[in-house]
Design a protein around this ligand. Structure first.
Ligand code: NAI
Ligand code: MG
Length: 357
C-alpha cells in the first residue's frame, strides 16, 4: 500500500532554502525508487524576512497549521537585522517546546572520506549518539531583567530541571543504549551546579537501577569536552542537558567532518506531535545566496527522517550515499576543500543512491 508522508517545509533564512532543496531532491528520488512511499511537501514562508514584513516569525496559529503534518523539515533561521534571540525563540524554540520535542538526537559519526580533524582518531573511533534534553534546562526561558538599563540592573536566567523532564530524557537514553547494546554516558556538572546537576546525577543513578544491563559512565562537562578530543572512542550513547548538548554537539560536528555534515532530529517519542529534522548549522549569512553551502547536513537529516518513519534501510542507504560521495572526494563544497556547488553535491548524492541498486 502506498504511504503518503506529509512534510511541512520551513526553509527559513540564509542558506536554509539552498540546503533544504537538496534534501527534498533526495526524498523525491527515494519515492521514485521505492514504490511504497511518497512525500508531499508544503512550504511555509516563515523566518526573518517574514518577520520584517509582518512583525512576527510565524503566523499566530503556526502550531495549529503544523500539527497534522507527519514531520517538519527545517533549514535555518536567523539573519542580520533581526535579533537572534527573537528568531530563535519565536520559531525554532516555539516549535520544539510547543510540540514537546523533548528529545534531540544528534549523531556524531566520522564517515570515511570526511575531513579528519583529530589526527589520533579514525572513523571507527568516532561514532556516538548525543541525546540532548530539548525542552527545559538552561533553555527554559525562565528569568527576569530587573531595573533594566539602570545601574542596579539585575539579570537572572534560570535553569529549570523538572523531575518529569529529567527522568524522561534519561530513561529514553537508557532505552536507546539497551536497544543498541551500547554504553551510556551522562554529562553533567554537579560540582558547580549544586542544585540542578546534583539532581540530574541523582535521577541518572535512580533510573540506572532499572537497566542493570547497561554499562554507564558519568563525566563533568569540562572533562567530557577534553575526552571528546583526546579519546572520543569513550563515548557511545550520551545523555546531557540542553545547553551542554548544544555546545558539545558543535564540538562533535567539528571532530566528525565539520558543521556542514551535522544533523539533528527533534522528537516527541510519544508521537503526539510531529518531529522536526534539521541540519544543526545556522543560516550562514556570510555565504548565503552564493550556491556554495554544503547540503550534506541537510541530507543527513533526511536519513534521520527516514529512520523515524520506519524506513531504516533507506536511512542507512542515504548515509551510505553521503559516505560514497565523501570517499570519492570529487564533488564537495569549499568547506570540505572542494569547489562544487550545493546543487552539484546534492546531485552526486542522488547519483550514488540510484547506482546502489
Ligand atoms: P552558522 O552555523 O550559520 O555559521 C558558522 C560558520 O559555519 C560560518 O562560517 C558558516 O559559513 C559556516 N557554515 C555553516 N553551515 C555551513 C554549510 N552548510 N556549508 C558551509 N559552511 C557552513 O552559525 P552562526 O554564524 O553562529 O549563526 C548565523 C545565524 O544562524 C545566526 O542568526 C544564528 O542565530 C543562526 N542560527 C540558527 C540555527 C538554527 O536555525 N537551527 C542554529 C545556529 C545558528
Ligand atoms: Mg547549536
Amino acid at each position: 500500500m502506498m504511504k503518503k508522508i506529509k512534510i511541512a517545509v520551513i526553509a527559513g533564512d540564509g542558506i536554509g532554502p539552498e540546503v533544504l532543496s537538496e534534501g527534498i531532491k533526495v526524498l523525491k528520488t527515494i519515492s521514485e525508487l521505492e514504490a511504497s512511499c511518497e512525500f508531499e511537501f508544503t512550504h511555509f514562508p516563515w523566518g526573518c524576512e517574514y518577520y520584517l514584513e509582518n512583525g512576527k516569525m510565524m503566523d499566530d496559529d503556526a502550531l495549529d497549521q503544523l500539527k497534522d503534518f507527519d514531520a517538519i523539515y527545517l533549514g535555518a533561521v536567523g539573519f542580520p537585522g533581526v535579533p537572534d534571540h527573537i528568531s530563535l525563540w519565536d520559531l525554532l524554540l516555539k516549535i520544539r517546546k510547543g510540540f514537546d520535542q523533548y528529545v534531540n538526537l544528534r549523531p556524531i559519526k566520522l564517515l570515511k572520506g570526511a575531513k579528519q580533524t583529530l589526527k589520533n582518531a579514525n572513523p571507527e573511533d568516532i561514532d556516538m549518539l548525543v541525546i540532548r534534553e530539548n525542552s527545559e534546562g538552561e533553555y527554559s526561558g525562565a528569568g527576569d531583567w530587573l531595573y533594566k538599563g539602570t545601574e542596579r540592573e539585575i539579570v537572572m536566567q534560570n535553569g529549570v530541571f523538572s523531575r518529569v523532564g529529567t527522568e524522561r530524557i534519561i530513561r529514553y537514553a537508557f532505552e536507546e543504549a539497551k536497544k543498541q547494546g551500547k554504553t551510556l554516558t551522562s554529562i553533567s556538572k554537579a560540582n558547580a551546579l549544586n542544585y540542578s546537576m546534583v539532581f540530574w546525577d541523582q535521577v541518572f543513578d535512580q533510573v540506572s537501577k532499572d537497566y542493570p544491563e547497561v554499562e554507564t559512565y558519568s563525566y563533568l562537562v569540562d572533562a567530557a569536552a577534553m575526552y571528546m578530543i583526546d579519546q572520543p572512542w569513550r563515548f557511545e550513547i550520551v545523555v546531557t542537558s540542553n545547553l551542554f548538548g548544544d555546545i558539545l554537539t558543535d564540538l562533535g560536528a567539528s571532530i566528525a567532518g565539520g558543521i556542514g555534515l551535522a544533523a539533528g532530529a527533534n522528537i516527541n517519542p510519544e508521537r503526539k506531535y510531529p518531529p522536526m529534522f534539521e541540519p544543526i548549522h545556522g543560516s550562514a549569512p556570510d555565504i548565503a545566496g552564493q550556491g556554495i553551502a554544503n547540503p550534506l547536513a541537510s541530507i543527513w537529516s533526511v536519513s534521520q527522517m527516514l529512520d523515524f518513519f520506519g524506513y531504516e534501510d533507506w536511512g542507512e542507504r542515504v548515509l551510505q550515499a553521503i559516505e560514497d560521495v565523501l570517499i570519492d572526494g570529487k564533488v564537495l563544497t569549499s568547506d570540505m576543500n572542494g569547489s562544487s556547488s550545493t546543487n552539484e553535491v546534492g546531485n552526486a548524492v542522488v547519483d550514488k543512491l540510484i547506482s546502489q541498486k
